[in-house]
Design a protein around this ligand. Structure first.
Ligand SMILES: *Cc1c(COP(=O)(O)O)cnc(C)c1O
Length: 379
């Protein structure tokens, strides 16, 4: 089976992990801080806080930015459920902003209209979690121009976006946002097996993020409410979690990050071939982008039944997938009052969406096989 996405691990990755196992601390040693330093350098942000998953990163980003019970958070329905769940973890209500059918990202026009209505109703969101679907950045400049004057917190879910660019800067620079979240799940741009990070340009936010990622415990004298009682002393000053990344995982991340640019270059090459070879078929191809991290290559079928094509490709050994079932149609979110028809563009996109295999290790032969099979089925 050719998978839709796959990590690539080489001997240097293995050596890096083994070196930690044999010679270093397994957790709270030098690897996590070194990984954080490499990530913030790559992305051009002032601070990086590495944690044990992208989902944990979204959770502490919401917490540290003050999302709480009674608040409202908006996100895109065309995403993984974690983009919305993070608000629910904090006791906040969730709502969605429909997507732009071309970019498949949260629509700036829909956002403009929804903000105008929310302002009238005096029910503005505390935060908006934007998602850079498939690795192409949302229009952050336009979005922040809408949200900043209203004091709305802006969080980027860049789980797909590491290695991508926006306006000549790396995704993750936080130029237009309060925080930017990365995921290192094996199908993402680089992997640590499980892992994630919050990037930010705010030192005070980074401090809060570290608290929430590690039990709410601090050893910093300026954060304590009394004198230190000795070198052993620490205080728990908030209710935090154990969301720490281990040094083993961070060592893998450091090694992977060195190859990130080559991974992205390979993804772009493969996308170019798909676009050339599939151009004549009854498919909507993804929008062209030289800045996307190309996490996913997702097409929309124009004339064919998605379930049938999905089954035929799977039978041919091609591990196609679907990104995404709109979050608001999940039973958990339906039970909160959402339902079909609420976000028609995301729903229409979902009906025909199909994700083809795309990852740096996809061989030319295997890609040709995917293309030939699609051509024979759809042509
Ligand atoms: C992968 C992903 C997440 C969650 O990341 P994990 O590291 O798996 O917890 C969140 N949002 C989006 C859009 C994702 O693709």
């Amino acid at each position: 089976m050719i998978p839709y996405g796959k990590h690539q691990v080489d001997q240097e990755d293995l050596d890096a992990v083994i070196d930690v196992l044999e010679n270093q601390f397994l957790t709270q040693g030098q690897q996590v801080p070194a990984f954080e330093a490499a990530l913030k350098d790559y992305c051009g942000a002032a601070h990086a806080v590495a944690v044990n998953s992208g989902t944990s990163a979204l959770h502490i980003a919401c917490l540290a930015l003050g999302v709480a019970e009674g608040d409202l958070v908006w996100t895109s329905p065309n995403s993984f459920v974690a983009s919305a769940n993070c608000a629910r973890y904090c006791g906040a209500q969730i709502d969605f902003v429909d997507i732009d059918p071309i970019t498949r990202n949260l629509s700036v026009e829909a956002l403009t209209q929804k903000l105008a209505k929310a302002k009238q109703a005096n029910r503005l969101p505390k935060a908006i979690v934007v998602v850079h679907f498939a690795g192409m950045s949302c229009d952050m400049r336009a979005i922040s121009a809408l949200t900043a004057p209203l004091g709305i917190v802006l969080i980027e879910d860049a789980s797909h976006g590491l290695g991508g660019r926006y306006l000549n800067k790396a995704i993750g620079s936080c130029q237009f946002s309060d925080a930017c979240v990365l995921s290192f799940h094996p199908v993402k741009s680089i992997t640590t097996a499980e892992g994630g990070t919050v990037l930010t340009n705010s030192a005070s936010l980074a401090e809060k993020l570290r608290l929430f990622a590690s039990h709410g415990i601090t050893r910093a004298a300026d954060l304590m409410d009394s004198e230190s009682e000795g070198p052993w002393y620490y205080q728990q000053i908030a209710l935090g979690y154990n969301y720490r990344l281990s040094d083993l995982h961070a060592a893998l991340g450091i090694s992977q990050l060195r190859r990130l640019d080559s991974f992205i270059a390979k993804r772009r090459e493969l996308v170019q071939i798909y676009c050339d070879k599939l151009a004549g078929l009854p498919l909507v191809l993804p929008m062209e982008s030289s800045d996307s991290a190309w996490h996913l290559f997702t097409v929309e079928l124009r004339q064919h039944d998605r379930a049938e094509i999905f089954a035929r490709l799977q039978q041919a050994g091609i591990g196609v997938n679907v990104h995404y079932i709109p979050i608001h149609l999940q039973p958990y979110y339906r039970q909160l009052g959402f339902g079909p028809g609420d976000f028609p563009c995301a729903e229409a996109y979902y009906q025909n969406a199909l994700t083809l295999p795309l990852y740096p290790g996809l061989s030319a032969d295997n890609q040709r096989y995917v293309i030939d099979t699609l051509v024979s089925i759809l042509g």
